[in-house]
Design a protein around this ligand. Structure first.
Ligand SMILES: [Cu+2]
Length: 373
């Protein structure tokens, strides 16, 4: 009996070892755990990327099949009074003055050289944590800058996808700075560009960067939003307000109307539009009314095949997600948080005005609304 038990144990161990060995030797795993060989930085081309204000992206190529580059970006921290809806102000903490911060675009295996400038006119210590980076705190440990300081550090973008970055100065200051606006994203494109669900090369016509941002603005006893003479003055109240986990504002791209009305995004029938959607702190779920995600990269990773024909794509807090839709009909579309209360009672929505020819085959009004016959 004892002998039998021992044999069974040996057999189970042998099976497990064989399964483990098989998994480990698959090419998928080799790619997943691959660390690229270092490049000679001094011999690589250095490129300065001129960042744009969201929802727009900087100028870039969708494919870069050449050698990796050193992409230099500069982020200046701006602490400023920011009107998030008419008459409602907060102290926004920002990269380059916008909420969200600008989206950076590089190609896989590029080196990203980030300079953070914290002007002497600011009041707080800031830094940056890149979810795309490999190393302590995503760069957060080596990028702290006090007012009047600047810092430069470099990381290699070894994972392809879209990733959030945010300020992370430590402790309760981390969510405080994030919900005050200090978050953005980086897109790391595969060197040979995107591919569809069948592995075929894919290009898109336009791209927009859309961020769901929530605020927790403190109110006085009368229910009026409080105003402060500096960011720090309001932090005690803001911490109390954050701890309710109940935002006072849930908006797209930092302020009410940032992507609607005269700020609506524009496209034409036939355009394949890449939507990079992120939320640095809180989960959301993005839906394009009257359209779909033709392709959607779950979790924002370009290492996996995209999923096709999704109705609503999840964006977990701390994540950027990419989706492509080809507009097939003209009209004003809404891209929104499909918690419809957050979209329509709070304002977590964008509009896309699409011009072109209507396709009756896809939708047609058969009989106008009229009295019941
Ligand atoms: Cu900060």
């Amino acid at each position: 009996m004892k002998h039998l038990k021992k044999s069974a144990g040996v057999i189970i161990l042998a099976v497990l070892t064989s399964v483990f060995t098989t998994c480990n030797s698959s090419s998928d795993n080799v790619a997943t755990f691959n660390t690229p060989a270092p490049e000679n930085i001094n011999q690589l081309e250095h490129v300065k990327e001129k960042l744009a204000a969201p929802p727009f992206l900087p100028q870039y190529e969708q494919k870069d099949e050449g050698s990796p580059k050193v992409v230099e970006v500069e982020l200046t921290v701006v602490e400023k009074k920011y009107e998030i809806e008419p008459g409602v102000f907060t102290w926004a903490l920002t990269y380059n003055g916008t909420v969200p911060g600008p989206i950076i675009v590089v190609h896989q295996y590029d080196y990203v050289e980030v300079k953070i400038i914290n002007p002497a006119s600011n009041t707080m210590v800031h830094n940056i944590d890149f979810h795309a980076a490999t190393g302590a705190m995503g760069g957060g440990d080596i990028s702290h800058v006090a007012p009047g300081q600047q810092v430069t550090f470099r990381f290699r973008a070894i994972k392809a996808g879209v990733f959030v970055y945010h300020c992370a100065p430590g402790g309760i200051m981390v969510p405080l700075h994030v919900v005050s606006g200090m978050n953005g994203a980086i897109m790391v494109l595969p060197r040979n560009g995107l591919t569809d669900k069948n592995g075929n090369s894919l290009t898109y016509d336009k791209a927009f960067y859309i961020v769901q941002q929530e605020y927790y603005l403190p109110k006085d006893e009368k229910g009026k939003y409080k105003q402060y003479s500096s960011p720090a003055e309001g932090f005690g109240d803001l911490i109390k307000s954050m701890r309710t986990l109940t935002p006072t504002h849930i908006l797209f791209n930092g302020k009410s109307g940032a992507l609607t009305g005269e700020n609506a995004l524009k496209a034409n029938v036939g355009d394949k539009v890449l939507f990079i959607t992120s939320s640095a702190n809180r989960d959301t779920r993005i839906h394009l009314i009257g359209g779909h995600a033709d392709l959607y990269w779950a979790g924002g990773s370009f290492a996996n095949k995209p999923l096709a024909d999704f109705e609503t794509w999840p964006v977990p807090g701390g994540t950027a997600v990419a989706a492509i839709y080809q507009f097939r009909q003209p009209g004003t579309y809404a891209l929104l948080d499909h918690n419809l209360i957050e979209a329509l009672a709070y304002g977590a929505a964008a509009q896309i005005v699409v011009e072109g020819k209507w396709n009756d085959d896809l939708m047609k009004e058969v009989e106008k609304a009229g009295p019941v016959k």
